[in-house]
Design a protein around this ligand. Structure first.
Ligand code: AMP
Ligand code: ZN
Length: 457
């Protein structure tokens, strides 16, 4: 076992050494719940889902925490625009997020803390920072004083001078230094707010993750992840808050960041308006194919998104499921060593996927029935590590697009039965007519020893 991970903190690929090999702890910044997740968000969450799966394969116990940010300017803004109460916006969007991630086949995190249920922990942490001289209260706000932390900027490798010179952060008269950032801000009339020593207000975004990760994973934990855009300021500020509050040398030992999903070279984002929601893509493609497409590039590389990539991933899965189809039982097997070591090398998914593809090739080339079964078992185990190939193959091939207007399963089964009856009555012309009629609607019949099966062509 030799897991290596690229650590943004050191800008090198390092051997992974957990703090406690009996219990690995991973925190990933989760969604801000005000709208549907887009496929760029899904890329980041799919990458860390795979990391969690791999860790769970390698270690006896893993706690994977991914939060829900349910108090934020964007949420308040959305509620004002639509008139839907804030609680309604966040509850509905959280449900939609869960449904989308489930449909993509992601594992639920072990812990999914919500910001609004951790306000006392945030208030306590802010109080602690004020007491230690790292933060100050001013006009109902509490700010983290960046110059008070000597080695601020280590993750993003920005010097304090650069930060101050480049601070385009809103200039506020109550800030002692332009780089200072908000820990707590006053809540306006009608906005969500909580009582605190600094008046009624609400937390800044960064403090949420510092408080929730400490609560659930401890003051120092193994891995912290998120998309590339979170390195600065979000993760830099999480580190500042946590290290200064707890007096620790690090907040997490390994910081991992996934690359952007782009459209024609631009980052996909809600603000640019160049996005596909996960939901709309799920209406056209199976979730498993979308997730395979997202994992087809190495997680740190940019992935330029096209629907064509999902269509290709669907074909790949057709080929893999095609191996399993028609086999009565597939033995349990170990994940093949070459697939495991590809993933252990900083999640080299392109290599691991090509190796799974090779197992499908071996199945087809192999003449010896026992060896064929071995290849199928290895393929299923390798796919299983990713959370792929879990559907019965027949179900996979019957997968239909919602609203595509295809025949439904009951109609297809009825036609197959009618064809069987026609053949029994030796009415072969009618049997052929039914087969051709189905073929014209994209339904391919395959007669085998177990009877007739079908798939969408
Ligand atoms: P948000 O809900 O905007 O805070 O984003 C949730 C997660 O998705 C964060 O880890 C972001 O870094 C990540 N993310 C946002 N846009 C993209 C993108 N285009 N490609 C990859 N990850 C993204
Ligand atoms: Zn965070």
């Amino acid at each position: 076992m030799a897991l290596t991970l690229y650590n943004t903190l050191t800008r090198t690929e390092e051997a992974f050494a957990p703090i406690d090999a009996e219990h690995v702890r991973l925190y990933v910044c989760g969604p801000t719940v005000y709208d549907y997740a887009h496929i760029g968000n899904a890329r980041t969450f799919s990458a860390f889902d795979l990391l969690a799966r791999l860790l769970k394969h390698l270690y006896p116990r893993v706690t994977y925490a991914r939060n829900i940010t349910d108090v934020d300017d964007k949420i308040i803004e959305r509620s004002k625009q639509s008139g839907e109460p804030i609680d309604g916006v966040t509850a509905r969007t959280t449900d939609q997020f869960h449904a989308d991630m489930d449909d993509l086949g992601l594992l639920r995190p072990d812990i999914e803390p919500r910001a609004t249920t951790h306000i006392p922990q945030m208030v306590e942490m802010i109080g602690n920072l004020v007491e230690k001289g790292f933060a100050y209260a001013a006009e109902g706000h509490v700010l983290f004083h960046v110059p008070a932390m000597q080695d601020y900027g280590r993750l993003s490798r920005r010097s304090q001078d650069e930060l101050i010179a480049g601070a385009r952060v809103e200039v506020a008269p109550y800030k002692r230094s332009p780089a200072d950032f908000v820990l707590w801000k006053p809540a306006k009339e009608g906005e969500p707010g909580w009582d605190s020593p600094w008046g009624r207000g609400r937390p800044g975004w960064h403090i949420e993750c510092s408080a929730m990760s400490a609560q659930h994973l401890g003051q120092v934990f193994d891995i912290h992840g998120g998309g590339l855009d979170l390195i600065f300021p979000h993760h830099e500020n999480e580190i500042a808050q946590s290290r200064c509050a707890h007096g620790t040398a690090v907040m997490a030992n390994y910081w991992m960041h996934s690359g952007f999903l782009t459209i024609a070279g631009d980052k996909m984002s809600k603000s640019l308006g160049n996005f596909y929601t996960v939901r709309e893509l799920l209406e056209e493609f199976p979730g498993e194919a979308i997730r395979l497409a997202l994992l087809s590039a190495h997680y740190r590389q940019p992935l330029d998104f096209t629907k064509e990539k999902i269509a290709q991933a669907k074909q790949t899965l057709d080929r893999w499921y095609g191996v399993l189809r028609g086999l009565d039982t597939v033995q349990e097997a170990d994940v093949p060593a070459e697939v495991l070591s590809a993933l252990e090398a900083d999640l080299n998914t392109p290599l691991a996927i090509s190796q799974i593809h090779e197992l499908a090739g071996a199945f087809h080339r192999e003449q010896d029935p026992a060896k064929k079964l071995e290849a199928a078992a290895a393929l299923k185990a390798a796919g299983g590590l990713f959370g792929f190939l879990g559907h019965p193959p027949e179900t996979w091939f019957r997968w239909t697009t919602a609203g595509a207007g295809g025949l439904d399963e009951a109609a297809i089964e009825a036609a197959i039965q009618a064809r069987k009856d026609a053949r029994k009555a030796k009415n072969f012309a009618e049997a052929d007519r039914i087969r051709n009629d189905l073929a014209a609607q994209g339904i391919i019949l395959e007669d085998g020893p177990q009877g007739t099966s079908w798939k969408r062509g």
